[in-house]
Design a protein around this ligand. Structure first.
Ligand SMILES: [Zn+2]
Length: 179
């Protein structure tokens, strides 16, 4: 659905005509500049207001969020998806393990929401050391999570890592109660 058209009356001043223009729009984040190409704006010849379609703004926002992640040293939305796939979890299962809310991972992966530094650290740890999932499962006060079945997960992935190579004594037993 488009809101503006070439030649339509400017909704800001109600007098001028809108003219469609495709530009390279520049944005800055923490002093670093980035360009969003093929950015369509509708410019009013009278009041000089530039209007943007919501879909255009949304696409630019996603690009900018990934740009700011890069500047802040955070995982990109593609990285987050890759790590989740590596662990063989659905978005809901990832939220069960890592927190962040039911829709959290969908939003991180679509680029809508930027993960916290803490979430970013946890994801990096799970990426490098997937057996750290066992530590999460061992939390005594935790209501056993049905989705986190590490043995099943390991079998599904054909996972056969050697925890000793990380200097960790690993018994292969998870204290997670399976529901
Ligand atoms: Zn106008």
């Amino acid at each position: 659905m488009t809101m503006f058209g070439n030649g339509s009356i400017c909704p800001v001043c109600g007098a001028g005509e809108l003219k469609e223009k495709t530009i390279d729009e520049r944005f800055t984040y923490k002093g670093r500049e980035m360009t969003v190409p093929n950015y369509v704006i509708y410019e009013c010849g009278t009041c000089e207001e530039a209007l943007v379609e919501p879909a255009t703004a949304k696409r630019a926002e996603k690009i900018l969020k990934d740009f700011s992640r890069q500047i802040d040293g955070l995982l990109s939305s593609a990285d987050i998806k890759r790590i989740r796939k590596k662990l063989a979890f659905t978005q809901e299962q990832m939220a069960e393990v890592c927190g962040g809310g039911l829709k959290g991972f969908a939003r991180y992966e679509s680029g809508q929401v930027i993960q916290s530094k803490g979430m970013d650290n946890l994801l990096r740890i799970l990426d490098e050391l997937p057996f750290a999932l066992d530590i999460i499962n061992r939390r005594p006060s935790r209501v056993p999570a049905k989705v986190v079945n590490i043995m099943d997960y390991r079998q599904r992935r054909g996972f056969n890592y050697n925890a000793h190579s990380y200097g960790v004594k690993y018994t292969g037993k998870s204290n997670c109660t399976m529901g």
